[in-house]
Design a protein around this ligand. Structure first.
Ligand code: HEC
Length: 179
């Protein structure tokens, strides 16, 4: 029986309610297991214990199943902070930019057209001619030293603000787009 381990784990980083549950259910498992393996139980008891064991295993696997959904709302909220700190000075509070100088992000066809291009522009900067909402821009933006999740957050913010609506960008996509 692994009960003494419980004390070792508590207080350490490894201890979580999930581990607690394992240590609670663990001994029950052991009891059931020995009930099945020992011979002095009759067939009925054996089949009942076997059945409960299967139920237990099934509920365990259900418990450990956590759907991995990306929290776009939270990402957008974090991204807003980054936008205010690093981008608003040029792209402005409504994402309208400055005509002929700083391209708009608001309802920007160019921004929404290519996820990977946007990721790389935030990371490495953008220069040369670009056409945004029918107008030509030819200035330079230097890249930003942001972490993968910060890049995805700020992109999720601009791609879902100022009248834009775009699919979420994850930190993994940013990582993959790094050169
Ligand atoms: C110093 C001014 C400045 C700052 C600060 C700045 N940008 Fe830019 N940004 C520009 C310029 C200038 C361009 C156009 C570059 C060109 O003409 O090639 C641009 C282009 C872009 C583009 C592509 C064009 C478009 O409209 O889709 C995106 C996306 C973008 N910036 C996002 C950001 C984000 C996000 C931040 C903050 C992390 C930021 N920018 C901060 C000046 C800036």
């Amino acid at each position: 029986m692994k009960l003494p381990l419980r004390r070792t784990l508590r207080g350490s980083k490894l201890y979580s309610p999930k581990h607690g549950l394992i240590f609670m259910v663990g001994p029950c498992f052991y009891k059931l297991y020995s009930a099945i393996t020992r011979n002095h139980y009759n067939m009925k008891t054996k089949s009942i214990t076997l059945f409960s064991l299967i139920i237990l295993v099934c509920s365990f696997s259900l418990l450990s199943f956590k759907p991995q959904t990306f929290d776009l709302k939270a990402s957008i909220a974090r991204g807003k902070e980054i936008y205010i700190a690093s981008c608003i000075s040029c792209h402005m509070d409504e994402g309208q930019g400055l005509e002929g100088v700083y391209p708009p992000l608001a309802k920007a066809d160019y921004l929404m057209a290519d996820k990977k291009r946007s990721i790389q522009q935030i990371l490495y900067g953008a220069s040369g001619e670009m056409k945004v909402n029918g107008k030509i821009y030819n200035m330079e933006m230097t890249g930003f030293e942001l972490k993968d999740d910060e890049v995805s957050d700020v992109l999720n913010y601009i791609r879902n603000s100022f009248g834009n609506k775009g699919a979420a960008i994850t930190a993994a996509e940013v990582k993959a787009a790094r050169k």
